[in-house]
Ligand binder design. Structure first.
Ligand code: FAD
Length: 489
């Protein structure tokens, strides 16, 4: 039936087939599980940044794994593409269908139950539609930590974080989602279910299947549930905002903080002072406790599950020495949870400040830690070489070598010039990244936004391996077509 579904208004025969497909899906998920009216579906068809607008036959909202499996089987029979969507906070258009209107958008938000909290095994089992923050809170209620944390945590869903291998603020210590998943349940492209919801930590009986699906952006299967790793809940935190001599000082300071604290560094975030100024100009409640004239600030957080109050002294001692040696120009260590929250608010307000300043180019790169100072200098020079009026605002998870290297153009730049700059700047930034042995997409993935860029920089042999995996799991290409598969371009 390949190609039998198209615009429902294009011919009576096709409309009948579409009608049959939706009728079968409706029988599976019930009336409330299928949205087809324009005002109901519209919010799901545009991505978080407003860059991509798609169309779909329907938004389908299943409640169980069995329903997902049955819906996918119907889609396979009618050759209808399936686009999975979680919280729709992805930054590369991965959860937005294309414009031809042939796909079903599978919204996982109604599958939001915490299935089981297992403190003894440091594990929690959840459905894919659980919001990340709800999982953090459920774990904390059992005196455990689920460490994945980032700005979109109040909206993004566990299925989305698995499909994108999300990282965030605490990946430095706990790893990315790839390190935090113990077991997975996945509906495959033929409608069958792989139930890999184990919670064991060692299993050498063949290929590690869960890693195929983590970071696969919905192109190999639909994640319906997961068992996630938990950690002891921190009892002490010490948070500091530090004004740095230069970006190189951040790298030296990370080594010192790891050593002085016994490797208790929980977050290590670089913030361009320009980003702080944007936050102060645009975002309510943002306050700079340092007001230092320097190029970079750093947010450092130490945390431990041990009781007591020793961490503050460790932080102060480490920063005091760095100040004596000129690495640090000034610093403030939060004296209360409220002050720590204020420092975090400043960090998070940078994203909002940049958005409110206006459209800009985002580059989410990763280089080896030691190459960060060189990257920042050479990539900034390269961008200014494209056009001296461009303004770089860099920040991010520097402890992982991951920088959000964002570039603003002057407000008067017209649309045609913006397109030119988008390509020229990406090439300049990604050439530097690649020359330093880095990745041009550290956290955000490929989606539809970065297909061309990734195809340019990844070796053909990787494309051949990935094509084989895709062919084995989704021979009819119904799973999120047009996303991630840069080798198919
Ligand atoms: C303010 C802000 C800050 C952010 N900070 C970070 C950060 O620090 N680190 C980081 O890694 N990301 C960050 N992101 C990006 C984004 O939040 C993450 O990529 C997140 O993991 C996406 O989750 P989601 O549920 O919103 O997924 P969606 O946007 O809905 O989908 C993302 C991709 O996953 C697929 N997908 C969704 N659910 C499933 C499923 N159940 N099964 C299979 N495929 C599925 C979709 O098809 C799509 O390809 C940020 C985004 C925002 C808006």
């Amino acid at each position: 039936m390949e190609g039998s579904i198209a615009d429902p208004h294009s011919s009576a025969g096709v409309a009948t087939t579409v009608g049959q497909c939706l009728e079968q899906i409706g029988r599976i998920v019930g009336d409330k599980g299928v949205l087809t009216e324009e005002p109901d579906v519209a919010p799901y068809l545009v991505d978080w940044r407003g860059l991509f607008h798609g169309r779909a036959l329907a938004v389908v909202r299943p409640r169980t794994t069995d329903e997902v499996a049955a819906v996918v089987a119907v889609c396979r029979d009618f050759a209808v593409p399936v686009v999975p969507q979680g919280g729709n906070t992805g930054l590369v258009g991965g959860a937005t269908p294309d414009g031809d209107g042939r796909a079903v958008l599978l919204q996982l938000g109604r599958m939001n139950r915490i299935l089981d909290i297992d403190p003894a095994n440091y594990a929690i089992a959840v459905e894919a539609g659980c919001v990340l923050e709800d999982v953090q809170l459920a774990a904390a209620g059992a005196d455990r930590l689920f460490p994945l944390s980032f700005g979109a945590e109040g909206t993004c869903q566990i299925g989305g974080t698995i499909a994108t291998n999300a990282g965030g603020m605490r990946a430095l210590r706990y790893g990315t989602m790839r390190d935090l998943v113990l077991g997975l349940q996945v509906v495959l492209a033929d409608g069958s279910v792989w139930d890999g919801l184990g919670r064991i930590r060692k299993n050498n009986t063949g290929y590690e299947l869960r890693h195929l699906f983590i970071g696969s952006e919905g192109t190999l299967g639909i994640v319906t549930a997961a068992v996630l790793k938990l950690y002891p809940l921190p009892k002490q935190r010490s948070t500091a905002l530090v004004a740095l001599r230069d970006a190189g000082a951040a790298i030296e300071l990370l080594a010192r903080a790891r050593e002085a604290s016994g490797d208790l560094v929980d977050a290590f975030e670089l913030i361009a002072k320009k980003g702080v100024d944007l936050a102060l100009d645009h975002v309510a409640g943002a306050r700079d406790p340092l007001s230092e004239a320097c190029a970079y600030y750093l947010l450092v957080e130490l945390a431990t599950p041990a009781a007591g109050d020793a961490l503050g002294a460790v932080m102060e001692g480490m920063l005091g020495e760095a100040f004596e040696e000129g690495l640090v120009v000034n610093a403030v260590v939060a004296a209360s949870a409220a002050q720590a929250q204020e420092i975090w608010h400043l960090r998070e307000a940078i994203v909002e400040g940049q958005r409110l300043r206006g459209p800009h180019l985002k580059h989410d790169i990763c280089v080896p830690l030691s190459a960060i100072p060189s990257f920042l200098q050479v990539a900034t020079d390269a961008v200014e070489g494209v056009d001296p009026a461009l303004d770089v605002v860099a920040f991010g998870h520097v402890g992982d070598g991951n920088i959000h290297f964002n570039v603003h153009w002057p407000p008067a730049t017209d649309a045609a010039r913006r397109v030119e700059l988008t390509h020229a700047v990406a090439e300049a930034v990604y050439d530097v990244t690649t020359a330093l042995g880095g990745s041009i997409s550290a956290e955000h993935g490929v989606g539809q936004l970065k297909l061309g860029d990734v195809a340019r920089y990844r070796p053909a042999v990787e494309g051949r391996i990935m094509a084989g995996i895709r062919q084995a799991l989704d021979p009819d290409r119904i799973m999120n077509p047009g996303k991630l598969a840069w080798w198919e371009r």
